[in-house]
Design a binder for this molecule. Structure first.
Ligand code: FES
Length: 104
């Protein structure tokens, strides 16, 4: 699917997401390197934190306890927070808006 990524400066990029890969990888591959993803996707850094368009929340895989625990340690957690390295998207997510979050 193709999604819209809102970057830290407010600009919006259209990003193609490979359903075989993660949302984090797609955002990084599109050149949005302000998504730090320091741990490379092994669920230990929380620097791949994003806010997901609430309208799409129920189309995403459920949050694991480990993801929930790690999100508890970030600033700017919202009800729409997810760790993008834990998300694979299918075509039901076409047009979804994903907002990058300042790492705090
Ligand atoms: Fe480190 Fe997602 S990249 S938790």
């Amino acid at each position: 699917p193709s999604i819209n990524v809102v970057r830290l400066d407010g600009s919006v990029d259209s990003v193609a997401v490979d359903p075989e890969g993660t949302l984090m990888e797609a955002i990084r591959d599109a050149g949005c390197d302000e998504l730090l993803a320091l741990c490379g996707g092994c669920l230990s850094c929380a620097t791949c934190h994003v806010h997901i368009d609430p309208a799409f929340a129920d189309r995403l895989p459920p949050m694991s306890e480990d993801e929930d625990g790690l999100l508890d340690m970030v600033d700017n957690r919202s009800p729409h927070s997810r760790l993008s390295c834990q998300l694979r998207l299918d075509d039901s997510c076409e047009g979804m808006r994903v907002t990058l979050v300042e790492v705090g």
